[in-house]
Design a binder for this molecule. Structure first.
Ligand code: NAD
Length: 496
């Protein structure tokens, strides 16, 4: 695979977009405001990007609404819609290197992870939804004789998709795939840390034949562009992935404006439970390390709470700490890097504060606990494991969004379930046990959108992803995602 110099030379030649994309054309905010997007591996500014304000959001919504009502996409033959989206998926793979580079330099993940995981994953999601377009049937209701009642799905209209920086391209694909497949027009707002792959995606969509105005990308700050979308009176559905605090703000925006439907994928603090009945503790340790270190731990469903049964505790901890040696941070453009830079210096400092607070609250650092400087930039954190006794410490209660694992010992199954479920978040959970009865029993009792048994973070486009409680509601991925982007119509016919 390409070496560091190859990626560096691509970066040297890379042209970064500085505009939004509205109505199929580059668009600059009327107020001429910008903000700087910074590469966390170098702290260098990549580009000053246009910062859309409410008046610019009006232009994007107008463009999306016009495209929708024209029927150019919403009423086009399904085979045509499918062909465009399939072509988009192909183009994403053709531009795999550039997309991977843009993703890595914006938010710090290893470029090879972006190349091997994020970009092909996003392209697969787009092609899966393209293929689903002509495989979904409507319904006929069992009404009384002499009547015919059909239940049909219609696109909702204008969809706003607001996405975070941790998987910018993948989460954008999770939203726009089903939204566009269903015939909607979309306004995508990427995070201020990572606008470039969203812009590239929209350019490729135009090249694939998506009509202008059907997919618009608005760049800008959350408090400006994001809030203006949330408060807009002509957005029908708003789908959000991000923090719980901002998710709550979107519920309020909806209430203050047109009561748009809001779908939230928010924070998490997923429990990973290792029972003494687990036969392969080596694999469990390897996956526990992956579950907290992959993507620098900047994963909503990261397995950030580890619960280990007392009988196996010393043995398992030794295995885990050995496996964490594989996850030393490195420069993201180094092809050997497994963990890259944290998204920003500010976020790195926040994660370090969590570590220090955990220690002052009685936590014992068993691994890591420190930041690292690589090529004069100290935006890296060592894989960290902290043992805690009480559930009432910040490290157990709050989402850290970094490679910091909180570990707690338990004595029996009911205690493990209670500890796992006693939380505001309920996104994902993992159970390790080779006792079939125990695995089923525990999986049923865990409050989580996804329970992985004998693995961590099971995910596929074919299965729904999302959480309960303050992790949000609604589901991305799978055919269930269409529930968010379609509305049901009953047509009742009295036969004569
Ligand atoms: P964030 O909530 O700060 O930002 C997410 C998006 O909302 C960004 O586009 C941002 O510009 C916008 N935004 C921020 N403040 C806003 C405001 N006041 N009004 C309107 N829009 C605003 O989240 P982040 O830091 O980008 O991402 C990390 C968070 O995302 C974590 O909490 C993580 O758990 C969550 N996340 C959840 C999932 C999931 O599927 N459940 C997946 C990935 C990330």
């Amino acid at each position: 695979m390409h070496n560091r110099d190859y990626w560096q030379s691509l970066l040297n030649q890379q042209r970064f977009s500085t505009h939004a994309l509205i109505g199929g054309k580059p668009y600059f905010a009327k107020a001429e405001k910008t903000w700087a997007v910074v590469n966390p591996a170098t702290n260098a500014v990549l580009a000053e990007v246009t910062a859309c304000q409410a008046e610019d959001i009006d232009a994007a919504v107008e463009s999306a609404r016009q495209a929708f009502t024209s029927g150019i996409w919403s009423e086009c033959p399904l085979a045509q819609r499918k062909a465009v989206l399939r072509r988009l998926a192909d183009l994403m793979l053709e531009h795999r290197e550039e997309l991977a580079l843009l993703e890595s330099v914006s938010m710090g993940k290893p470029v090879l992870d972006a190349y091997n995981v994020d970009v092909p994953g996003a392209a697969h999601v787009i092609s899966w939804y393209a293929e689903s377009i002509d495989k979904i049937y409507d319904e006929v209701a069992p009404t009384r004789p002499g009547t015919l009642a059909t239940i049909t799905r219609e696109p909702v209209g204008v969809v706003a998709a607001i996405v975070p920086w941790n998987f910018p391209l993948d989460i954008a694909a999770w939203k726009i795939g089903p939204a566009l497949a269903a015939g909607n027009s979309v306004i995508l707002k990427p995070s201020e840390n990572s606008p470039f792959t969203a812009l590239k995606l929209a350019e490729l969509a135009l090249e694939a034949g998506l009509p202008a105005g059907v997919l618009n990308v608005v760049t800008g700050l959350g408090i400006e562009a994001g809030a203006a979308l949330g408060l807009h009176n002509d957005v029908d559905v708003l789908t959000f992935t991000g923090s719980t605090a901002v998710g709550k703000a979107f519920m309020a925006y909806s209430g203050q404006s047109n009561l748009k439907q809001v779908w939230l994928e928010c924070g998490g603090k997923s429990a990973n439970i290792i029972f003494a009945n687990c036969q392969d503790l080596d694999l469990a340790a390897e996956k526990a390390a992956f579950g907290i270190c992959f993507n620098q731990g900047e994963v909503c469903s990261a397995n950030s709470r580890l619960l280990v049964e007392r009988k196996i505790y010393p043995d398992f901890m030794a295995k885990l700490i050995t496996r964490l040696h594989d996850w030393q941070p490195d420069h993201p453009l180094n092809p050997d890097a497994k963990m890259g830079a944290m998204v920003s210096t500010a976020h790195k400092n926040k994660v370090m504060d969590f570590i220090q607070t955990a220690v002052t609250q009685g936590g014992i650092v068993r691994a890591g606990g420190e930041q690292r400087e690589i090529e004069t930039v100290a935006n890296y954190i060592l894989p960290t494991v902290i043992e805690i006794e009480s559930e009432n410490v910040n490290l157990w209660r709050d989402e850290v969004f970094g490679p910091v694992l909180a570990v707690k010992v338990f004595d029996d199954e009911s205690e493990a379930i209670e500890l796992a479920n006693n939380h505001i978040y309920a996104l994902a959970a993992s159970v390790w046990s080779d006792d079939l009865n125990q695995a089923h029993r525990v999986a049923r009792k865990l409050n989580a959108g996804t329970v992985s048994v004998n693995t961590v973070d099971a995910l596929d486009v074919t299965v729904p992803f999302g959480g309960n409680q303050q992790s949000g509601f609604g589901r991305d991925l799978s055919l269930h995602a269409f529930d968010k982007f379609t509305k049901l119509k009953t047509t009742w016919i009295e036969l004569r």
